[in-house]
Design a binder for this molecule. Structure first.
Ligand SMILES: [Zn+2]
Ligand SMILES: [Zn+2]
Length: 460
């Protein structure tokens, strides 16, 4: 068996790892690098291997940093089979199409600039057609806990990773003369979140390749965060303003709808509270959630069994069309608006911020990770004025930062997961160097730890 590393190495995004065994080349994830210009350039770089030589791609989950370069892989010659769970298959379609659309838009913007300066216009990283072609390569569907034969001596089993709908850790086992087992953690979820089950522990393995996003941090418990959310909404309604929640389209948006519905049913929030999900991608993702009760935890299953929809609030509005979204700018107050992007780097939320940040009676509630340099982070850090669409907007709205909604396992959860698998060798990926090193310190007595750089390869 040989392992090589082609993304998310001492870095959080761009997940892409390869395993060569039993005469086959198998890729685990093929994600996009996100954030910063240098990373954007890395997306167009050579993969570090010939895409045409890959037989199978195993996809852990549908986040862009895990599936976002699949269309490019197909453009560059991949003709193999993509294997994922049914929910990941559906979500990846939405994510890849949305990404292709953004790539096309960005290329168009650069083309206008290039045209003015007499330069050659750039090509998009990939197009909508590439994303559609990529969809044609999805083959067998993985069901949690059921082995899939990859080659005569190699099989894979997907285990629920509890991170987003359909997410999985993947265990690959080699039979025959040299038996060996390897587990790719994928992204691991945090315990105790609604809708999804807690991460499922795969059986022990010789080698573990694991994420370390929060390898050096602990999360707050979810329950107090939900109360903070209700308080923020109630307080803003009393002041007569709007609540703007910048949100990620997968998982976070559905989790918020779930909690808002519960709050209304329990009487923490007013029954007629108007909630707007103003994100076409989040709306599509919510529909996909409804199709996959096989991924639900006991509570969500019970809701469905009673004929209840976990995302159906009494006064929910799904605004897909741009003009419907624009109409929200005229709302005088009393509404909760969920819109993307989660870090306010683009998307409809910027319009809502423009129309609400200056208002003392409105609120902005941050519920997700805000990377350095993003508008979300600048606001969280307490800036007094921002520029949006060429206009200077004073920040008068009340800002809330609620930390307990993370879709990632924290340090202690990662440690417990690792300990249970008892690997001889542990390879750390998908984390900032700082988090990774701190995590390596915690486990170094029990296992051989490696933190690969991009392009590194190891014979097992
Ligand atoms: Zn993820
Ligand atoms: Zn990830």
């Amino acid at each position: 068996m040989k392992l090589s590393f082609h993304g998310a190495d001492r870095n959080v995004t761009g997940s892409c790892h390869m395993i060569e065994a039993d005469g086959a080349r198998i890729l685990v994830d093929c994600g996009l690098y996100q954030g910063g210009r240098e990373l954007a350039e890395e997306n167009a770089d050579d993969f570090g291997f010939d895409p045409a030589s890959i037989d199978i791609l195993l996809l852990t989950h549908a986040h862009l940093d895990h599936c976002g370069r699949i269309p490019l892989l197909v453009d560059r010659g991949f003709r193999g089979e993509i294997i994922a769970t049914a929910a990941t298959h559906e979500l990846a379609r939405v994510v890849m199409l949305d990404s292709a659309h953004l790539q096309e838009e960005e290329a168009e913007r650069h083309a206008r600039h290039a045209h003015r300066h007499g330069e050659t216009p750039p090509e998009p990283l990939y197009t909508t057609l590439s994303a559609l072609n990529a969809m044609g390569h999805f083959g067998r569907t993985a069901s949690y806990g059921e082995p899939i034969e990859l080659t005569a001596n190699l099989s894979a089993i997907f285990y629920d990773a509890g991170h987003i709908l359909g997410s999985a850790s993947i265990r690959i086992e080699q039979k025959g003369a040299k038996p060996q087992s390897v587990i790719f953690s994928g992204d691991l979820g945090s315990n105790g979140h609604p809708i999804l089950r807690d991460p499922k522990l795969p059986p022990a393995a010789d080698v573990v390749i694991m994420e370390t996003t929060y390898g050096d941090r602990l999360h707050k418990a979810p329950a107090p965060s939900v109360q903070e959310l209700y308080d923020a909404v109630t307080d803003t309604m009393a002041r007569g303003g709007n609540v703007i929640i910048p949100t990620f389209a997968l998982e976070r948006a559905q989790e918020l709808l779930y909690f808002l519905r519960e709050g209304i049913e329990d009487g923490h929030l007013p029954r007629g509270l108007p909630v707007f999900l103003d994100s076409p991608m989040a709306i599509s993702a919510t529909d996909i959630f409804r199709h996959h009760p096989e991924c639900y935890d006991a509570e969500a299953k019970e809701l469905f069994a009673k004929g209840k929809d976990p995302f159906a609030l009494p006064s929910i509005h799904f605004t897909r069309q741009t003009d419907e979204s624009r109409a929200l700018n005229r709302l005088a107050g009393g509404a909760v608006i969920l819109a993307g992007s989660g870090m306010c780097t683009g998307g409809r939320v910027r319009h809502h911020l423009k129309h609400n940040l200056w208002r003392k009676d409105s609120s902005v509630v941050f519920v997700g990770y805000a990377a350095r340099g993003t508008l979300a982070r600048i606001l969280v850090d307490g800036v007094k004025q921002v520029k949006l669409f060429g206009e200077k907007i004073p920040v008068n709205a009340k800002l809330y930062t609620i930390n307990g909604f993370s879709a990632h396992a924290d340090r202690d959860e990662l440690l417990a997961w690792h300990k249970a698998l008892k690997p001889k060798r542990t390879i750390l990926v998908h984390g900032d160097e700082e988090a990774m090193k701190s995590f390596a310190e915690q486990i170094k007595g029990s296992t051989q730890v490696t933190m690969p750089k991009k392009g590194d390869a190891f014979e097992l």
